[in-house]
Design a protein around this ligand. Structure first.
Ligand SMILES: N[C@@H](CCC(=O)N[C@@H](CS)C(=O)NCC(=O)O)C(=O)O
Length: 218
């Protein structure tokens, strides 16, 4: 049976953004049922979890092929074997892989620099200066992505793939603080992806777990 390890509770700012959402979304797109293993923030530090996720994070995913960590690797593992997220043509598959890594390697670090600084260090005396340069670097990447998407609905093959799932998961963070304002086309692309029914089901599933929990110490 497929199983997703996720948190039983996270603070409000993280609800709806924990990275098991990517895995749930991929499973929903593929029409694959799964069970949840919910852990808390003490369990993530224990040896049993560290043997499954060495960095004390979620998600972890298990299916009949074995256990995988890192949301990108998990999404690609789910995408393998389902036309819903990965085209059959080898050249098109290779392009989807390129864009999956681009989302996580070339775009996400810049988005995370900005959103992470704002969320966790927004009041620090150095934050404003750092954010100015981090935003400039992020906007360069976003402008390049915007250029690629010009005239396209999706990253490759004119259809939604695992690469769009990952890119939209990264871009969603920009909706938190107005960073989309300079890039209405990227906002529209992100909305095109997250308006899919599979995303809605995945989001509901993550939030449902939190609804059942009283706040705990992180
Ligand atoms: N690169 C990892 C990052 C996973 C990650 O950032 N997980 C967060 C939740 S979204 C987490 O578990 N944070 C807890 C911690 O780092 O202690 C992935 O994509 O799976």
């Amino acid at each position: 049976m497929r199983e997703v390890t996720a948190y039983s509770w996270v603070p409000d700012f993280a609800q709806g953004f924990v990275k098991d959402l990517r895995v749930r979304w991929a499973l929903e797109e593929a029409g694959l049922a799964y069970t949840e293993r919910l852990i808390d923030h003490e369990q993530k530090l224990q040896a049993e979890h560290l043997a499954r996720q060495p960095f004390a994070q979620v998600p972890v995913y298990r299916d009949e092929r074995g256990e995988v960590f890192e949301s990108g690797a998990i999404v690609l593992q789910i995408a393998e074997g389902t036309d819903a997220l990965m085209p059959a043509d080898p050249a098109a598959r290779a392009r989807v892989m390129s864009w999956a890594f681009a989302a996580l390697n070339s775009v996400e670090p810049h988005v995370a620099n900005v959103t992470g600084t704002m969320l966790f260090h927004g009041d620090a005396p150095w934050a404003a200066g750092y954010l100015e340069s981090a935003r400039a670097m992020m906007n360069t990447r976003l402008a390049q992505l915007s250029g690629w998407l010009s005239g396209r609905n999706y990253l490759e093959a004119e259809r939604f793939t695992a690469a769009d799932l990952l890119m939209a998961s990264v871009l969603r963070e920009l909706g938190r603080d107005g960073s989309f304002e300079r890039f209405p086309d990227l906002a529209a692309y992100c909305e095109r992806c997250v308006s899919r029914p599979a995303f809605t089901r995945a989001l509901e599933a993550q939030l449902k777990a939190f609804d059942a929990q009283a706040p705990a110490q992180v």
